[in-house]
Design a protein around this ligand. Structure first.
Ligand SMILES: [Fe+2]
Length: 293
């Protein structure tokens, strides 16, 4: 491994001493091992995933939700694998395993983080289908994983949630969240999230998107007309975050005003069209929650 990467890993290890780092879930290890098998088949992969009833249920519910836009209803994990393919279903399993891997109970702040992450994941999958030519499951996994560094920092620092919320909503100083976190804690949730994603062996471009997700202000103009996988992931992620925060009446989001014009240009979306997209996503989220009642 590169020396710099080792130094970063050691820094995160030292800083998080005493906080249990969630290991890669067994179901993912099994899936990855099975994928190496030259005689691998969809039936065997379906058997592994189906052992986890909660994850299987969430996969089927997500694919059948209006966010995924498929023509047929999926009734089984086997069908889901046929539709998505093995790599894509593995990405989804990783994202859906995440919440249960952290043992944090009775935290309103974490409930809020998980709620926003899920909404971002769903919206991202929908927008990916319409505005990119990359598979929606990658956007879905990124949405679920983006803030996965937060629960570890919540366990490590008593005032983390307070600083995080203040930094997210303050407009006064316009100091990037990552810098505020570094000032207070000597690390950011982007760096910790990247560390977890690497340990779980997520695809490299998803790991990098997690690392850069609060450090991408100039990226969209730099890559204008030169589509780039990580930039496309980040563009859709940032739009989806904005829509989810607005849906939850948290509108004062400091990053959005800085770069939304560049993001819309990068994805070739008109301002008026964006307003329609946002209204449409609000409607889909309402339908998604109504279906739970
Ligand atoms: Fe974040």
């Amino acid at each position: 491994m590169h020396q710099d990467s080792m130094a970063v890993i050691n820094h995160v290890d030292n800083l998080l001493k005493g906080v249990p780092i969630p290991p890669r879930p067994f179901i993912l290890t099994e899936l990855m091992r099975e994928k190496q098998n030259p005689n691998v088949n969809f039936r065997r992969i379906a058997e592994i995933i189906s052992k986890d009833v909660a994850i299987s249920g969430s996969i089927i519910k997500t694919i059948n939700s209006p966010f995924w836009v498929i023509r047929v209803q999926v009734g089984s994990i086997f069908q889901a694998i046929k539709l998505l393919g093995m790599q894509n279903i593995t990405n989804m399993v990783a994202g859906l395993s995440l919440k249960n891997s952290f043992k944090i109970h009775n935290s309103k702040f974490m409930d809020f983080i998980w709620k926003i992450s899920l909404e971002v994941a769903l919206i991202s999958a929908r927008l990916a289908k319409q505005y990119t030519n990359l598979p929606p499951d990658e956007f879905y996994s990124l949405g679920l994983f983006t803030d996965c560094g937060v629960p570890l920092l919540v366990q490590k620092f008593d005032n983390y949630s307070e600083i995080f919320l203040q930094a997210h909503t303050t407009r006064k100083a316009r100091i990037p969240l990552k810098i505020i976190e570094n000032q207070h804690f000597n690390i950011s949730h982007c760096r910790v999230g990247h560390y977890i994603a690497k340990r779980w062996q997520l695809p490299e471009h998803i790991c990098r998107a997690i690392l850069y997700h609060h450090d991408c202000r100039n990226r969209f103009s730099e890559f204008l007309g030169k589509p780039n996988k990580i930039t496309t992931l980040l563009a859709v992620l940032k739009i989806s975050e904005h829509i989810s925060l607005n849906f939850n009446n948290i509108a004062d989001y400091y990053e959005w005003n800085d770069f939304y014009k560049d993001i819309l240009k990068y994805l070739n979306i008109d301002r008026e069209v964006f307003e329609e997209i946002e209204l449409n996503c609000f409607e889909l989220l309402e339908r998604y929650y109504d279906a739970d009642d």
